[in-house]
Ligand binder design. Structure first.
Ligand code: NAP
Length: 257
């Protein structure tokens, strides 16, 4: 990695949760950050919190024009991290196709669009990190779209690593288990869900946004300069066990209501 200039990073989905922890961690290492998010106001607040020299942008990963504008505006970069994502819950036999498509659009198509435009601006020595999920390898009843999208994202990461490696750009993904963020707040409020997630780990605790941010920062650092095409399971050992029965917990809650 060329260390003659200040490192420049774009954190997509950087206004909340894992993205925000990543933005703070990289900024503390002297990286100049653009916090980009669907929530443009939130991104502006976060960039102001990081301080002078950091920027904000509104972006929607499913809208290629907005992603292209984001990366064209920032120019050459050293780091791109894509944290945009969400899930829905419902059985395949009940799920409207539009709801399935919406998750695939953000979590998979959006990740492709970010890879495409970040990839055009990443300098030699640069690094793209996608946030996949434990659900990229561990199926969960009721989460067909999310599981399929994250499994696809893990393979997209490997293909991108092959394609971009020749010009010195590394592409990796982190696949977190359960982490307390605004995204998981609704699921965490269902009795039994967090306990079941924790029971699914070997380490015996849920993850924190900082756990993920530290791994992302490592993947983007010169210490990882020979590491590419990796999907890093980061879940306290949950990939060694079985995924919680989310639908079971939701159904029990509804029966009590
Ligand atoms: P979060 O707190 O909701 O943060 C995600 C951010 O991405 C939000 O600011 C959200 O904006 C933004 N976003 C959503 N759709 C977007 C779009 N179309 N374009 C641009 N930005 C968009 O969630 P998180 O828990 O940090 O999750 C970050 C990533 O980690 C996601 O890809 C998620 O699937 C993955 N992950 C999370 C967990 C977990 O347990 N938390 C586990 C495994 C994987 P809005 O708030 O305006 O929607």
């Amino acid at each position: 990695m060329d260390s003659s200039h200040e490192r420049v990073a774009v954190i997509v989905g950087g206004a909340s949760g894992i993205g925000w922890a990543t933005a703070q961690t990289l900024a503390a290492q002297g990286v100049q950050i653009t916090v980009a998010d669907l929530n443009g106001d939130g991104a502006a607040v976060r960039a102001a919190e990081l301080g002078e020299g950091h920027r904000a942008a509104q972006v929607d990963v499913v809208d290629e024009d907005s992603v292209q504008r984001l990366f064209d505006d920032v120019g050459p970069i050293d780091i791109a991290v894509n944290c945009a994502g969400f899930s829905n819950v419902g059985l395949i036999t009940d799920m409207p196709v539009a709801e399935f498509r919406a998750v695939i659009d953000v979590c998979l198509n959006g990740a492709f669009i970010v890879a495409k435009h970040a990839g055009r601006h990443l300098r030699a020595g640069g690094s793209l990190v996608q946030i996949s999920s434990l659900n990229g390898r561990q199926p969960a009843a009721g989460m067909s779209a999310y599981c399929a999208a994250k499994a696809g994202l893990s393979m997209l990461t490997q293909v991108a690593a092959l394609e971009m490696g020749a010009r010195g750009v590394r592409v990796n993904a982190v696949a977190p288990g359960f982490v307390h963020t605004p995204l998981t707040a609704a699921a965490a409020s269902v009795p039994g869900v967090v306990e079941d997630y924790v029971d699914n780990t070997a380490i015996g605790r849920p993850g924190t946004p900082q756990d993920i941010a530290d791994a992302v920062a490592y993947l983007c650092s010169p210490a990882a300069s020979w590491l590419t095409g990796e999907v890093l399971d980061l879940n306290g050992g949950a990939h060694l066990k079985r995924y919680p029965d989310i639908m079971g917990h939701v159904n029990r809650l509804m029966e009590q209501a």
